[in-house]
Design a protein around this ligand. Structure first.
Ligand SMILES: [Zn+2]
Length: 259
């Protein structure tokens, strides 16, 4: 046999940088030995790999239950908040309605009180005022249109009554005019303390004289058909202090009278 003597060559590995160890393959984070140990650990507890899955399942279930519980807690809190809000709104609505009801009742009471006060005021006034004549019918109202009147409109309120019917002072005052006045016929003017003038026209007779003081209900003359008329009646005009004529019906009503 031939003995071949090889020269002492250095190991190939020793020529490579980094020594002769095998480089670790990439992508293997856990050394195989580690996995082996983990499995071994589970095996050591006696549960094995199947029980590890069960444990994971249990953890997931617990987490799901916790999340569900959180959802339920949140829902409950929202429901409670909604209920509280609803209750607060209902309370506010009830309070508002109560306030409105109270305000309406107060307004109604005030209106009734004002109405009563006005009725009492008119009743008291009515005792101080009287209608200018009796046994009459209203034959023409204020501002009524008609060719009979020079202005085209009626300037007073007509009380149709038989000639000779008594005319009375509507209120206390002073006679400021008494005599003939053209189309007005025989006319008397009664001036009240506040300056209001009451004109009595178409009289058949005059019972007072200028400057005479009269009180409510005093007879001042009689109904007639003098001046521009178509029949016997009292033509009553009301003039405010220094002003033009106003509606005698409204004026009499403002004194608590009902012509
Ligand atoms: Zn008239």
């Amino acid at each position: 046999p031939v003995s071949i003597s090889m020269p002492d060559l250095p190991n190939v590995g020793s020529l490579m940088p980094g020594g002769d160890e095998e480089p670790e393959p990439e992508g293997s984070a856990t050394p195989l030995s580690g996995i082996t140990q983990a499995v071994a650990a589970d095996s050591a507890e006696g549960t094995g790999t199947a029980d590890a899955g069960e444990s994971l399942r249990a953890r997931i279930m617990a987490q799901a239950e916790q999340q569900q519980a959180q959802v339920e807690t949140k829902a409950a809190a929202e429901a409670a908040a909604a209920a509280e809000k609803k209750a607060a709104e209902a309370a506010a609505k009830a309070e508002k309605e109560a306030e409105e009801k109270a305000a309406a009742a107060k307004k109604k009471a005030e209106e009734e009180a004002a109405k009563k006060a006005e009725a009492e005021r008119l009743a008291k006034l009515a005792k101080q005022f009287t209608l200018p004549t009796s046994s009459y019918t209203i034959s023409s109202t204020f501002n009524q249109a008609g060719s009979l009147w020079a202005s085209g409109h009626h300037t007073g309120l007509d009380f149709a009554a038989p000639t000779g019917t008594l005319l009375k002072a509507v209120h206390s005052g002073t006679i400021t005019s008494a005599g003939w006045d053209g189309s007005y016929g025989y006319k008397t003017v009664l001036t009240l303390d506040d300056g209001t003038e009451l004109w009595y026209a178409h009289q058949s007779s005059i019972n007072v004289s200028v400057g005479q003081k009269v009180t409510t209900g005093d007879v001042i003359g009689r109904v007639g058909a003098t001046g521009n008329v178509t029949g016997a009646h009292l033509h009553l005009e009301v003039h405010t202090d220094g002003g033009t004529g106003i509606d005698p019906m409204a004026w009499l009503q403002s004194k608590g009278l009902t012509p």
